[in-house]
Design a protein around this ligand. Structure first.
Ligand code: 5BU
Length: 267
């Protein structure tokens, strides 16, 4: 496992350029916060991204929840990602056969591949989905694009456990050039073969909230501190930050909690 190494070291050693960029950004901004910016108008989304951009390393979007998605949405996000130096992660959760997913990733009105550095997917339908997305990435002329596999989910009763989680990791390891890591609640070291120690899959953890245990639809939270102690690398938080009375104060609190916990675990 690489969780005891510093992000600086992991940036130096990583084979994937997007992972290197991410680790370097985290060191530079002293933050491992991914803001889940689940707002539903372009104005609200861009306003939040502009105010909180300095404190985060990745902005996670659900682009299909916007009521007024248009070209300015993407122009605005792209401009803010450069202004504040954060990556964009579209939480699209691709799940179909490879041929369909390629079209959903490249085309449609959303043209996700054009603007999202990171997207995620489920391996419910087997490895073909990763093959298809990887082909789009490799054939495209945009260099920094990466995939995350949904190895676990945070909601109560999730079926992404046990052999499903293990299969997610096995498939990730088939595509190390484009799969930069997975979304999981913890390190999953029981599934990762420690013999192959040039591997360094990045762990993104959703369901992070300092002041709540969950919601009425089965969301289950842990804190930044427990997530980092469990082997997470990047903390994804939504309502805990954007729905706080003062989102700027909240993001600073999550950033400090995440960074302190990161510092405490490295060698
Ligand atoms: P919250 O407001 O911090 O609960 O938002 C969590 C976000 O992470 C939201 O955008 C979900 O769609 C997303 N999510 C999740 O909550 N749990 C998961 O297992 C995965 C994504 Br994968």
């Amino acid at each position: 496992s690489k969780s005891r190494l510093s992000f600086a070291k992991r940036a130096e050693q990583h084979r994937n350029p997007l992972a290197r960029h991410l680790f370097a950004l985290a060191e530079k901004k002293q933050s491992n916060v991914v803001l889940s910016a689940d707002l539903t108008t372009t104005n609200d989304l861009l306003d939040l991204a502009d105010r909180l951009g300095p404190y985060i390393v990745v902005l996670k979007t659900h682009i299909d929840i916007l009521s007024d998605f248009n070209d300015d949405t993407i122009a605005g996000l792209t401009e803010l990602s450069k202004k504040h130096d954060f990556l964009i992660f579209e939480d699209r959760k691709f799940v179909d056969i490879g041929n369909t997913v390629q079209k959903q990733y490249k085309g449609g009105v959303l043209r996700i591949h054009d603007w999202a550095h990171i997207v995620n997917l489920s391996v419910l339908a087997g490895p073909g989905i990763v093959h298809a997305l990887e082909e789009t990435i490799k054939n495209g002329d945009i260099s920094e694009r990466g995939l995350l596999i949904l190895a676990e989910m945070t909601s109560k009763g999730s079926l992404a456990t046990g052999s499903y989680t293990k299969a997610s990791i096995d498939i990730a390891r088939m595509y190390p050039e484009t799969v930069m890591g997975w979304v999981a609640t913890r390190e999953l070291s029981q599934f990762v073969d420690s013999k192959t120690d040039d591997e360094d899959f990045v762990v993104f953890t959703t369901g992070v909230n300092i002041s709540s245990q969950g919601d009425t639809f089965g969301q289950q939270y842990q804190t930044p501190t427990t997530a980092m102690a469990g082997g997470s690398d990047f903390l994804i938080a939504g309502r805990g930050i954007y729905a706080a009375a003062d989102p700027v104060a909240a993001v600073q609190e999550y950033r400090k909690a995440g960074w302190d916990a990161y510092k405490a675990r490295i060698e």
